[in-house]
Design a protein around this ligand. Structure first.
Ligand code: CDM
Ligand code: ATP
Length: 321
């Protein structure tokens, strides 16, 4: 009899930007209490999961050379976590991942988290698991604070360490320009730098979140632009002073406002509309303040299957001499 191998599954998953990021005190577990508004963007990674006898991870695209392909790859950790959860052998999951990256590595846009979320969705389909979005969200939270949001997508309020989500109404498509820096920043280093700055002085803190939610429901980018804020920005700029120039250049190019995305160093610029975003992107790429410029819009859906090769490939039975 022929064994039928389920076809590979490809999942597309968005990057995120934090429109509002209030960082509170450090908790006993070392994480900071957050109140944040996430938005998912049309800058996406794709992960293909396939049954394979030679398990492993392949990475191509943006920053691929600095992504680990071993046990520390967050997407591979997602494979092991889901395998263990459903009673499969995490040390021999018989799965191969191909990750095609567009999200900058260590860029503050949840790139590794996105790949982990995509892997959970892809494997749930490949292994035909009856797990549901809530089940996946619980596993996602174990993998990292940003993983539940990129699984979910859209616009959402995140509390706790960022993993507890409430969907937020956003009545408009918002247009963004993203400036990638030449090197990444480590998320723990940026949180540590904020703690240091707070021990020494009084770095700026974002205001209340409610006006941000109102601006989102009004759909007016000008109103939202006035309210964008990120407590981690001072820390990211302290570690990477050149970001000041990048932020200024985006606003000079015509953006409504600019901010550091999450823990940085990517800078995100909110624009009036799609045409303005293209103009700002063109001018910013000529300014020589960053490595690459991209245009994106948000919100977009979270991790979702975009293709399965519908015809399962029969594999011939093993032939023994
Ligand atoms: C900066 C943000 O991207 C904003 O959405 C996130 O807070 C970071 O989320 P993430 O990269 O998924 O972070 P995790 O993998 O959960 O944590 C990495 C490290 O970041 C720091 N961290 C993260 C989240 C949080 N609420 N407080 C923290 O202090 C901790 O040092 C932690 O060890
Ligand atoms: N699949 C992956 N993609 C990118 N980086 C990964 C992946 N798996 C592990 N890493 C490691 O994680 C580190 C952080 O990368 P990532 O792109 O997730 O950062 P980030 O976008 O700044 O994270 P966040 O915004 O969630 O704080 C990288 O330096 C890399 O070594």
């Amino acid at each position: 009899m022929l064994a039928v191998v389920p076809p590979p599954v490809t999942v597309r998953v968005p990057a995120k930007v934090n429109l509002h990021l209030a960082v509170g005190d450090v908790r006993k577990d070392g994480y900071h209490e957050l109140a944040t508004v996430f938005q998912s963007l049309s800058l996406t990674d794709e992960v293909t999961v396939a049954i394979a006898d030679d398990p492993g991870v392949e990475v191509t695209g943006e920053g691929a050379e600095s992504v680990p392909t071993g046990a520390s790859n967050l997407a591979w950790r997602a494979v092991r976590t889901l395998a263990a959860h459903v009673g499969r052998d995490p040390d021999d999951p018989k799965v191969r991942l191909v990750i095609r990256k567009s999200i900058p590595v260590a860029g503050g846009m949840a790139g590794g988290s996105a790949d982990a979320a995509a892997t959970l969705v892809g494997l749930a389909s490949l292994w035909r698991l009856d797990i549901g979005r809530d089940g996946l969200a619980n596993l996602a939270a174990k993998l990292g604070s940003d993983v539940p949001f990129v699984l979910h997508g859209g616009t959402a309020l995140g509390t706790g360490r960022g993993e507890q989500l409430i969907p937020v109404l956003a009545r408009h498509t918002f247009h963004w320009v993203l400036a990638f820096d030449r090197r990444g920043l480590s998320t723990p280093d940026v949180f540590d730098e904020l703690d240091r700055l707070r021990a020494e002085g009084d770095p700026p803190r974002v205001g209340a979140v409610e006006p941000v939610l109102e601006a989102l429901s009004s759909g007016d980018p000008r109103q939202l632009a006035l309210l964008l804020g990120n407590d981690l920005q001072a820390a990211a700029v302290s570690l990477r002073p050149g970001l000041r120039r990048t932020l200024r250049a985006g606003v000079n190019a015509g953006a409504l406002a600019g901010m550091v995305s999450g823990s940085g160093p990517t800078c995100a610029f909110l624009c009036t509309d799609a045409d303005a975003a293209v103009r700002v992107a063109a001018e910013l790429s000529g300014a020589g303040v960053c490595r690459t410029v991209r245009v994106a819009q948000g919100p977009v859906p979270g991790a979702r299957v975009v293709s399965t090769d519908e015809s399962p490939r029969p594999i011939p039975p093993e032939v023994h001499a």
